[in-house]
Design a protein around this ligand. Sequence first.
Ligand SMILES: O=C(CO)[C@H](O)[C@H](O)COP(=O)(O)O
Length: 236
Amino acid sequence: MTSLIEQAKQKAAYQAVDEHVLPSHRVIGVGSGSTVVHVVARLLQRDPELNAKTVFVPTSFQSRGLLLDGGLTVGDVEQYPNIDVTIDGADEVDSQLNAIKGGGAAHLQEKVVAEAARKFVIVADYRKDSKVLGEQWTQGVPVEVVPFAWRAVLKKLQELGSKDANLRMAVKKAGPIVTDNGNFLIDAPFGLIHDPAKVLKDIKLLTGVVEVGLFCNMAEVAYFGCEDGSVTIRTK
Ligand SMILES: O=C(CO)[C@H](O)[C@H](O)COP(=O)(O)O
């Protein structure tokens, strides 16, 4: 039996695909994570002739695999810098549509693919819906760092106020997780984040930081699958 959470993810993903992936679109950005599995499932239900005329730009090893397994054509931002729409999940979304991403360690490519799109759409279940970032997602802001600089960046993050910042460790591998880009990841909790754009800027300026999992003023719309089976749509 499908869990409530899984149903919520599916509802949000299906509705977002139905409302934002248009027959005229030729390049679609596809995010990463468990909600995006449902995005790809819905894309695969479209007219195969339409999908054959469309290129899909993945944001991780995981989403590339989903697209290839589905027989879809994949491309990258180097070939397709102008994306019609990108649909991705999120770890938390605030009332202004700012988001924390990077729970799956993929936020660098996710941000590039989202920024390349004319429209960025978020899909999530009800647990991700917050007024202020940091309410629900308490493990911290994901910060991708070059391995050489991790300890220096950790210290700077602590100085910025994230005293519990920590290197994300791997499961089923000794040592830290390594991102798809060969980097390390620090999770930096900042409590409630009332001004995410300021936190993003402060962290991004630290030498050795590659990308920060704060997506500010990027999403045009978010779809939240709710516990009662409905979908809440938040627009700017
Ligand atoms: O940012 C991400 C990966 O870096 C994901 O979109 C985010 O973690 C949400 O994942 P899920 O849909 O599995 O809850």
